[in-house]
Design a protein around this ligand. Structure first.
Ligand SMILES: O=C(O)CCC(=O)C(=O)O
Length: 237
C-alpha cells in the first residue's frame, strides 16, 4: 500500500513552530509537544493502515515475579545489527523497516522535524480501549544511553500522558500490572499532563528518562483505539 505522506505534513510551514509547546522540566529535562505534527486526514489514513497491517501481539510479561498479559498490543521494528530489546522478561522480534515502508516515511518526517536526531528503532503500541494502558516507567534501559531522545507519534483516540518526577526512594518504578493513579501527592512542578491528540508528536529529551516517569493511564469511559509509535535510538554495543 502506498500512501502519500507530504514531506511537510502541515500546509503552513510555520504552523507547527507556532503551536509547539516546550516544557522545561528542570535539571536538563524537557518535553516538546507538537499538536498538529501530521495533517488530520493523512494521520487517519496512517491509523487505518497501521491498525490493519501491523502484526500486533499482546505478550505475556514477568513483572515483580508474576506473569501478566501486557495491557496493550505491541510490535517492534529496528535496524539490523542492533542489540536486542528486552523488557519485563520479553524479547520482541525485531521486524525490518523494509517490511513497512510507511513507517520509514513517518520516521523521515520525524527526522525532518527534529534535525540531528537519528532514530533506529520503533516500538508500536495499540491501546484497544480505555482499559489498555502503560504503567509508570522510564525508558532508561542501557541500550538507549544516558540521555535518550524519545519521539512519540499518536494516532486515533486521544489519551492522557502523565509525567511525574521520580521519588528519591524508588528511582526504578515500573508497573505494567497496576494502573497508574490519577491522584498525585506531588507538587505541580513534579507532575505534567498532556493530552496526546491524533497526529501529534511528543518528544522527551535530556535527563527526562533519568529523573521522570511517564504513563498513559486507563480511562473510565469506553474509548476507541489509539496507536502510538515511539522512536528511539539504540546504541551499538
Ligand atoms: O503510548 C505512549 O504514548 C507511551 C508509550 C510508552 O511509554 C512506551 O512504549 O514505553
Amino acid at each position: 500500500m502506498s500512501l502519500m505522506l507530504k514531506a511537510n505534513p502541515n500546509p503552513n510551514p510555520n504552523e507547527n513552530a507556532k503551536k509547539t509547546q516546550i516544557v522545561d522540566l528542570g535539571n536538563g529535562s524537557s518535553v516538546v509537544y507538537v499538536p498538529k505534527f501530521l495533517a488530520y486526514d493523512v494521520a487517519w489514513e496512517f491509523f487505518n493502515y497501521l491498525d490493519n497491517h501491523i502484526p500486533w501481539t499482546r505478550p505475556t510479561l514477568r513483572v515483580f515475579g508474576r506473569s501478566c498479559l501486557q495491557p496493550r498490543d505491541t510490535c517492534y521494528v529496528a535496524s539490523a545489527g542492533l542489540p536486542d530489546l528486552i523488557y519485563s522478561g520479553y524479547q520482541p522480534h525485531a521486524h525490518s523497516w523494509d517490511d513497512f515502508p510507511l513507517l520509514k516515511d513517518i520516521l523521515d518526517a520525524v527526522h525532518k522535524m527534529l534535525p540531528g536526531s537519528t532514530f533506529n528503532s520503533l516500538l508500536l503500541n495499540r491501546y484497544k480501549g480505555g482499559n489498555d494502558y502503560v504503567g509508570w516507567h522510564s525508558d532508561d534501559e542501557k541500550l538507549y544511553g544516558a540521555t535518550p531522545e524519545i519521539a512519540s507519534v499518536s494516532f486515533g483516540c486521544e489519551r492522557d500522558f502523565f509525567l511525574k518526577k521520580k521519588s528519591c526512594k524508588s528511582p526504578q518504578e515500573r508497573s505494567d500490572e497496576k494502573p497508574p493513579s490519577k491522584r498525585f501527592k506531588k507538587s505541580s512542578q513534579d507532575q505534567h499532563n498532556f493530552t496526546l491528540k491524533h497526529g501529534s508528536l511528543l518528544v522527551m529529551k535530556g535527563n527526562t528518562q533519568r529523573d521522570w516517569l511517564h504513563s498513559v493511564p486507563k480511562r473510565a469511559k469506553a474509548e476507541t483505539t489509539r496507536i502510538n509509535l515511539t522512536f528511539r535510538r539504540v546504541l551499538l554495543d
